[in-house]
Design a protein around this ligand. Structure first.
Ligand code: AMP
Length: 497
């Protein structure tokens, strides 16, 4: 079963219905989308063979829909990368995944020019791109459910990204769970891609394509709350995936306008902590228009969740939780030995089911570690209550989640340590009402050297993505450490209190 078949079946039922829109403008009907995807698939087929990777590096744009389905129709593996990554970080993903071609938007293509010497690159929207749609449409490739469809790169705690291998079965299980738990999608529904299509929003393309709904891509390619609300007036029965910080921005704009768009049907939030007060305010403004997901790249969008109806509660413990296991997913909280813990006891959250990745690309050790005993070890700590509702307690991996995006301290620490005048550094996340957490670096300069925030900021910009660099720097003579010499990050945080 190839996930491409979701488009094929929708095109049979809804051939003339609008499939892809850029803002309010129709870009392709389902029939056109299918034809263009198959034409592009035939070009990919001439460049390589099933199982080969195609890397996609672009801000959100309408072409991403045909590109993804073309990759699957060719039996190949999509490698979407976050457009905000630093060129060096994208180069790491290119090296790890060895794609046969890179599909990139203009600005990213320019930044990646050195890579083009080794890997062919096609600029999306260019004349070369248009020329790909002149030939014959190919027959979609046969694939097995366990064949990889999407390499989902998550930031690795060791600095290097790991590619979670998401199979056709995984993506199908995710789509079915979305339809079962969150949204009764119809051909009169729309999905607005406000969050990056390289991640959650792009994954949600599948259940909406399956039901013949519209894909709406904002023309700016970036998130603009006012435009999001405007598009909710234009398109029918709108759903969107928003990180908690995006939801907050939409709510503020909506409250200032004094009006809730009539067609706003569902906002799925998740990917990072949602503060209770924010959720309460959002419910007051938008009513019961929410579902919450708890998931990770390794079990895309689908571990536990709160359904729309779960939000109709006065119980803060439920609204502050990540809800119940999703359809088709088993979830346990376990101790260090993998033994299930009773309600009320905190342990590591593990899960299994058709949605769990096949493993990490080119990384059998990390795969064995993450999938030991047949369960995905999420690295998140949490506990169930007596009702079977799961609450996240902490993140065992120290990951900082700022604006719904994961930032791994070690990666930022490594970048800062590359500066010749930095002796020691510890990067931590400090609670922030707007962003969830902010990246803060505690820096010990090399004796006799003077360091300023501006110099370190410029240094970070040369090697890591903008969004990962610290928002503030604090300079210390030494870092607090335990008797083994391990930095006590908690002590830094309590000093900041
Ligand atoms: P990623 O693989 O980048 O999607 O990040 C996944 C991580 O984000 C999870 O392991 C959690 O730590 C965190 N996360 C995801 N969903 C939620 C949620 N609903 N509430 C709190 N944290 C979440």
């Amino acid at each position: 079963m190839n996930v491409y078949s979701l488009l094929d079946q929708a095109a049979i039922r809804h051939a003339q219905a609008g499939a892809v829109y850029c803002d309010e403008t129709l870009v392709a009907t389902f029939d056109e989308l299918r034809h263009r995807s198959l034409q592009l698939a035939s070009r990919f087929g001439r460049m390589g063979k099933p199982g080969d990777r195609v890397l996609v590096a672009a801000k959100n744009r309408p072409e991403l829909v045909e590109i993804m389905f073309a990759i699957w129709a060719a039996g190949m593996v999509a490698v979407p990368v976050n457009a905000k990554l630093h060129p060096r970080e994208i180069a790491d993903v290119v090296e790890d995944s060895s794609p046969i071609v890179i599909m990139a938007s203009t600005s990213i293509a320019q930044n990646l020019a050195p890579l083009a010497q080794r890997t062919p690159m096609i600029e999306i929207g260019s004349r070369d791109y248009t020329a790909l749609f002149t030939g014959e449409a190919s027959e979609p490739a046969e694939v097995a459910p366990e064949d990889v469809a999407w390499l989902f790169y998550t930031s690795g705690t060791t600095g290097r990204s790991k590619g979670a291998m998401l199979t056709h079965r995984n993506l199908m299980a995710m789509s079915v769970a979305h339809l079962a738990d969150f949204d009764d999608v119809g051909h009169d529904s729309s999905l607005i891609h406000s969050a990056p299509m390289s991640h959650g929003s792009g994954l949600y393309m599948l259940p909406y394509i399956a039901r013949g709904a519209r894909q709406v891509v904002p023309g700016a390619g970036v998130f603009e709350p006012a435009n999001f609300l405007r598009l909710c007036d234009v398109h029918p029965r709108v759903a969107a995936f928003l990180a908690p910080t995006m939801l907050q921005r939409v709510r503020i704009v909506c409250e200032a306008a004094g009006r809730v768009p009539a067609n706003l049907h569902l906002i799925v939030y998740g990917g990072g902590p949602m503060y209770l007060s924010e959720l309460r305010q959002s419910l007051a403004t938008f009513g019961q228009a929410f579902a919450q997901l708890y998931g990770q790249g390794e079990a895309p969008m689908t571990i536990t969740g709160l359904r729309r109806s779960d939000h109709a509660t006065e119980d803060d413990a439920i609204l502050g939780s990540v809800g119940w296991p999703r359809t088709g997913v088993e979830v346990k909280v376990v101790d260090r030995n993998g033994k299930a813990l009773p309600a009320g006891t905190i342990g590591e959250i593990v899960c299994r089911g058709d949605v769990v990745m096949a493993g990490y690309w080119n990384n059998p050790e990390a795969t064995a570690q993450a999938l030991r005993g047949g369960w995905l070890h999420t690295g998140d700590l949490g506990s169930f209550d007596e009702r079977g509702c799961l609450t996240l307690r902490d993140r065992s991996k120290d990951v900082i989640i700022s604006g719904g995006t994961n930032i791994y301290p070690r990666e930022v620490e490594e970048a800062l340590l590359a500066h010749p005048d930095v002796a020691e550094v510890a990067v931590v996340g400090e609670a922030d009402p707007e962003w969830g957490e902010n990246v803060v670096a505690y820096v010990v300069p090399v004796p006799g050297k003077k360091l300023g925030a501006d110099a370190l900021d410029a240094h970070c910009l040369s090697s890591i993505a903008r969004f990962k660099r610290p928002k503030s720097y604090r300079f210390l003579r030494e870092l607090p450490k335990n008797s083994n010499g391990k930095v006590l990050k908690r002590a830094l945080l309590s000093e900041a209190d």
